[in-house]
Design a protein around this ligand. Sequence first.
Ligand SMILES: [Zn+2]
Ligand SMILES: [Zn+2]
Length: 789
Amino acid sequence: MTEKHDDMTTKNTPMDAGPRHLVRLRLTITGQVQGVGFRPFVYRTAREAGLTGAVWNDPSGVVIEVQGPEHVARNFPDLLLDRLPPLARITSLEVGEAEPVAREEGFVIATSSSGQGHSVLISPETATCADCVAEIMDPCDRRHRYPFTNCTNCGPRYTITRRIPYDRDKTSMACFPMCPACQAEYDDPMDRRFHAQPNACPRCGPRVWLAGQKGDVLARNDDALLETANLLARGAVLAVKGLGGFHLACDAGDPEAVDALRSRKNRRDKPLAVMVPDLRTARRLARVSRAEAELLTGHVRPIVLLKAEGDSPLAPAVAPDTDYIGVMLPYTPLHHVLLADFARAASGEIPALVMTSGNLSADPICLGNREALDRLSGIADAWLLHDRDILIRTDDSVVRVLPETGRTQFLRRARGYTPSPVFLAQDGPCVLGTGPELKNTLCVTKKDQAFVSQHIGDMENPATLGFFAEIAAHLPMILETGPQLVVHDLHPDYLTTRWAGSQANLPTKALQHHFAHIHAVLAENRHLGPVLGLALDGTGYGGDGTIWGGEFLVVDNQTLEHDRAGHLAHVRLPGGEAAIREPWRIAQAFLHDLGIRNGPWPWLEDFGQASRVVSQMLDKGINSPPTSSCGRLFDAVAAMLGLADTITYEGQAAIRLEHAQDTSVTDAYPLKSRKAGPMLVADTHELFAMIHGDVLNNVPARTIARRFHLGLARGLAEAAAGLAADRGLATVALSGGCLLNLTLATELPRLLGKAGLNVLTHRHLPPGDGCISLGQAAWGRRFLAAHRA
Ligand SMILES: [Zn+2]
Ligand SMILES: [Zn+2]
């Protein structure tokens, strides 16, 4: 809000200002004010207040002129702010005086010319609002059970928008001409569907049908929905076309159905999200705090990780490694109808559906009907399809509430959040960050806003690179901007690095992965100046022949000073990538370094021969790159405890290790740091030796797991506090995938805060690699600024 506005509204209105004294004000508003019912809202508010004037879009945002008695007109900005429509987000509001217009009658919504530069943002997808849910559940309503019901307060936006400005003819609704009833709603400023671009009804809008393996139609419209619910209740796996792509669905209470889905999708252990019809059902799976309930029932409706309690009515295979379960509530009318039907059809204990991304493990989520029939054949038994095209694929977002602070932590930021921007501290040039290799997102900045894309996926195959290129073209287009610089990872062979190099006439710069992590936290917190960054991560190319991932980094985003001040001790990864899939190799590397060559190790029974080969690799130093990764330390400890010899998804060993903790244990292993030249090195070998000793002494794994977590947090906090004091730094920034570990995510800020340090953590993006593109772009802007000055 500008100060100007505050001055205006706090000023007392003189009592002698009579009703005949007309004032005309001009309000300029920027933010998320397009496609959210903002202009009709302004219209209704002005009419109710008895003011005349007009509202229209222009390149600087939404402009409103209101005219009336001074005290009424001057109160108007407050009136707007008090009653904003649920989806509107105002980023600035300026109020100025305008010349009163003689004999003005009424208030109008003026037509906006298209093709203007836009300070108005496309809104993200929004969960079906209560009014629309009431209509689809009402047998007398013309939209009873209609799966594409929406209004200006809810429905699809980003995923159906081809170009801006956001108008029906530029969305995938262009091919559905409205029937007279829908058109009348669309044209009526007092209607909830005034200018609702995706407005539709069963007469004129998109339709659903159920298709078999060969694309043959099994049922249409309402019958298709009923039959889908019946098939699910009988244990089938269905591909369901949704808002941002396809889901694979099955009965979450049916162990055979869940096993079938897992084996066909080739996804062995990674937790599956479930959808339940309502909050009451969610509470049967987990204790739900107030903050969690707000996320579950809010207008985004992400997947929320909840801590399961008691005996779960879900099939054990839904989330075998953890007692956290990903739960979401219906967010489209189709989901509302489907879940209600399924609750009636299912004989099981709880009406919960597994709803997982409809893709093969490494590919992006499916988007088109043909694509889904083709790529999901062999996985799905039937397909619930519809004819509203998804133009931009977007996965479900995943969040959780941190217990101590009540803050929302992102695990994946996509549907419902994209393309809302992250607000930066300063204006700057447009820069594109290409993001990391795994869990890729990309980022485009415009002025003081950074637009981080939805989760794109692992950049390992042409399909994902295609999706990446699509978004890299789409995002600048809808923002009406063009990058002046592309920032990519330091790794020369990443697909994103090569893509950056292929962009004709665009300068490129490389930024190391973990420095990008720290720049992302700084950008989200709008922090300018030097910090000590702790990047606790999986693995990232270091550029010095080692793989980084447990780093103490001095980062200054004003002077762009970058200094690696310390790291976790190196351990080798025998077999390189193979060691990431088989954590026992890293445990063996630790023991090898400690001179422990023989032992009753948990993995010998399964990997005896391979273990001997690993031993030789370590002796001869073959294919065993050194790493300082914190994630690999978690892996090694989990393997040492027999919790994870091998893993089937990223983070699995650490998830099991965290889950294993006996939280009543309060003592910790020491993690000491020593100076090695100018570098501080945290001695993880000594810590590992103590773990090995406790394993030999039959100390329970639960106790060891707890001592490890606490020791790591305390050792890192001590080392950070020491380094910060040495360097005269007051602020510590935390980033990296290891901060998805709840123990580290709560203990580290607490301990660092206790040491008198100001702690910065992620607010709008995940601490994992989903934040890298923001860090790259934010750094790139500083780089351009520094080299232009
Ligand atoms: Zn609605
Ligand atoms: Zn209609």
